[in-house]
Ligand binder design. Structure first.
Ligand code: FAD
Length: 427
């Protein structure tokens, strides 16, 4: 195995100590880039999980019963030792001391750092309702969660899923794959209502119904009912309707793991605020991955991505800038695909934001929507045909003003040349 190392780097960054909190894809890719760019540096990764980096995207395939455990692991411990990276598993960081340049762990250890990367992601949010912690109610973030979901769903008879977003649909697809009939309780009129309209979401609803998962609209959960052993028996929605279930999956978003920064000057606003170089308000503290509220140069505003590719890139960019001040900005169009159905699905950029939109339905399984801000495409959703994605992403990267060209943009097939005359780049 060849490990790339930058032989040119001879300055003090070579001998600094870098500590990374979190061994998700952001933390791990940061460590890899750090080792390349700072061959002599001390690099430590601290994670509270009991296993090294695994593919969080694939744990749903494991829960569905479609994949065994082995291919989900990405790095084993030797990956770290070969790179002289000190991996500390089962270690929860409980505090960051900015003045002392140290972190403290749950077992009383103190570790010093010259530069610190926070890549701690989020923890699934709890539903603030009665019995939300009953047995049989699951959240979905770690491999351990996937193992618990798999072993329970294999014996379950009826499910309720809550959370009409990208993770909720993973839970719904998991129950469907294990042949468990389900009710998918949604607050509005359609799945992922901030990114899709009813017309587009109907394709998803039909695909769910075909798999015995019934969407229930204008619903949600008011409380859960339990049996004598404390196991969940039913969800009761705000309309008073009862939905019997011995398996419940909840995916209503993430609470970001920022608690360890409570005594620091680092700015927290539903995540850690960083600039395009992944720098926080403290010059030696960086952040990367799901946890960041980063300055998105393409959006011209603060953005947050909950996607694997983006977290990986942010980790690498953060590392680059930790070694060399302001050396590389993060500029990225995020993508997130769903592969549960017979048709492909992709969301890209920031599909839930913007001041304008355009959508079109081409067939029973083909639909598209674009979100615009100040005349530029900033994101979208493609169902059925993903082929235009690279053209849309090019327009995002070029920051072209094209909202007045919707007819061309929404043609089932179009060429970028068709837009050239009218679309101008924003200065
Ligand atoms: C079921 C599922 C399906 C997904 N599917 C897709 C998909 O199809 N496409 C896509 O793009 N994205 C998908 N995602 C999202 C994607 O996995 C995340 O965006 C990505 O993993 C975020 O990486 P991260 O490194 O920022 O955070 P994380 O992967 O959450 O890693 C953070 C790590 O930090 C650890 N940690 C937190 N606090 C501490 C502490 N105080 N001390 C020590 N360690 C700590 C956590 O335990 C965790 O290991 C999916 C996620 C899930 C859960």
């Amino acid at each position: 195995m060849a490990i790339h190392i930058n032989p040119q780097r001879e300055d003090s960054t070579m001998t600094q100590s870098y500590v990374i909190i979190g061994d998700g894809v952001a933390g791990s890719s940061a460590a890899e880039r750090l080792r390349e760019e700072a061959p002599g540096a001390d690099i430590t990764i601290v994670t509270d999980e009991g296993e090294a980096l695994y593919n969080r995207i694939l744990i749903k395939e494991y829960a569905k019963g479609k994949l065994p455990e082995a291919p989900i692991s990405i790095h084993d411990e030797s990956w770290y030792s070969e790179r002289d990276i000190d991996l500390r598993m089962n270690t929860l960081v409980v505090n960051v001391d900015v003045h002392g340049h140290t972190i403290e762990t749950h077992d009383g250890q103190t570790l010093g750092w010259d530069k610190l990367l926070i890549a701690t992601g989020g923890t699934p949010a709890q539903l603030p309702v009665e019995n939300a912690d009953a047995d049989g109610i699951h959240h979905f973030w770690t491999f351990q969660d996937a193992r618990a979901i798999k072993s329970h769903i294999e014996k379950a008879e009826q499910s309720v899923i809550v959370g009409a977003g990208l993770l909720g649909i993973d839970l719904a697809a998991t129950t469907a794959a294990q042949d468990v009939e389900g009710k998918y309780l949604m607050r509005g009129d359609c799945w992922w209502r901030y990114a899709l309209s009813e017309s587009g979401a109907e394709i998803i609803h039909d695909a769910l119904r075909e798999r015995d998962v019934t969407p229930v609209f204008q619903s949600g959960v008011d409380r859960f009912e339990t049996d004598d052993t404390g196991a969940v028996e039913a969800a009761v929605d705000p309309n008073g309707d009862h939905y019997p279930a011995d398996f419940v999956g909840i995916a209503i978003g993430l609470d970001f793991n920022t608690e360890i920064l409570r005594d620091t000057p680092v700015k927290i606003e539903d995540g850690i605020v960083v600039d395009e170089y992944m720098r926080t308000d403290h010059q030696d503290i960086f952040a990367a991955g799901d946890i960041t509220q980063f300055y998105d140069r393409l959006l011209g505003a603060r953005g947050q991505n909950g996607a694997w590719g983006s977290a990986k890139e942010q980790g690498a960019i953060a590392a680059q800038n930790m070694v060399e001040y302001e050396s590389e900005p993060f500029e990225w169009v995020s993508s997130y695909s769903i592969t549960h159905f017979d048709f492909p699905f992709l969301s890209f950029g920031h599909p839930t934001r913007g001041d304008d939109s355009a959508e079109a339905k081409y067939s029973e399984t083909e639909w598209r929507r674009l979100a615009f801000k100040d005349g530029q495409i900033i994101g979208g959703v493609l169902i059925g045909d993903l082929s235009p994605q690279s053209k849309y992403k090019t327009l995002i990267r070029e920051q072209r003003v094209v909202a007045d060209q919707k007819e061309i943009l929404m043609k089932q097939e179009f060429e970028l040349d068709e837009l050239e005359a009218a679309g101008t780049t924003v200065e």
